[in-house]
Design a protein around this ligand. Structure first.
Ligand code: HEC
Length: 211
């Protein structure tokens, strides 16, 4: 019988060789999977379960750790904040996240991962919502609004998000119409992405935009 004691130098060598060969095999398989284009990156083909679970864990931990250093201002109940957030939401967010009384938009239906309907599934804490809105989420279409908006405006959006699940379609409409900078006219066109209308020239040049 061989002596498989870890103290044996030969055992060490054997274990290292096994690890090296296994590592090499994994690298070759991973390289082949990438090089052969095996993984479908299309947004209309859902991730496999293990990939989805991995991404979800990465996202959750990444946001939690970073948001833990953020503390929300004390005045998120302020009507001014909520009114400002309402206008911003209707203009910039509803195309993907929808709103009370709004049908799914062309944009929202094509997203993968789907943008959660924040009027239904909003259970984030405030710091996490702030961080997500400010920095966005890689490879999901959730933009980093901190590139173009101050922290104060982002807190306004968080203030509105806390109210959103309680709003009826009528209240939502009234609030966003009354809001400073509300873009209700664009909402009425039903293109689903108020504030994101393309300049006519760019739209004409886009061959896929055929309707
Ligand atoms: C182009 C589409 C798009 C737009 C516009 C957009 N979002 Fe998102 N948003 C997403 C997607 C997709 C996710 C899901 C990301 C994920 O699965 O990690 C998301 C996630 C979020 C989350 C995290 C929700 C949760 O419970 O995990 C918040 C909060 C959020 N968005 C707020 C906003 C706000 C506020 C705006 C407007 C200022 C906005 N989003 C505009 C696509 C969008």
């Amino acid at each position: 019988m061989a002596n498989w004691s870890l103290r044996e130098p030969r055992t060490h060598l054997f274990a290292l060789t096994v690890l090296a060969v296994a590592g090499l095999l994994i690298a070759i398989v991973a390289g082949a999977v990438i090089a052969l284009g095996v993984y479908n990156i299309g947004a209309d083909a859902p991730h496999t379960r293990p990939v989805y679970a991995l991404i979800e864990a990465v996202r959750e931990r990444s946001i939690k750790v970073r948001a833990s250093r953020i503390s929300a201002p004390g005045n998120l109940d302020s009507p001014q904040r909520i009114a400002s957030g309402a206008g911003l939401y209707a203009e910039m967010c509803s195309g993907c996240h929808l709103a009370p009384g709004m049908m799914p938009s062309e944009l929202s239906q094509g997203l993968y991962p789907q943008a959660p309907e924040l009027a239904r599934h909003y259970h984030d804490d405030e710091a996490e919502a702030f961080w997500t809105i400010k920095h966005g989420v890689k490879m999901t279409a959730m933009p980093a609004w901190g590139r173009t908006h101050s922290d104060e405006l982002i807190w306004d959006m968080v203030a509105f998000l806390r109210k959103l699940p309680t709003l009826s379609p009528d209240t939502y409409k009234t609030m966003t119409e009354a809001a400073p900078g509300g873009h209700d006219e664009l909402m009425k066109e039903g293109n689903g992405m108020p504030g994101m209308t393309m300049p006519p020239k760019a739209a004409d040049e886009n061959p896929r935009h055929d309707h």
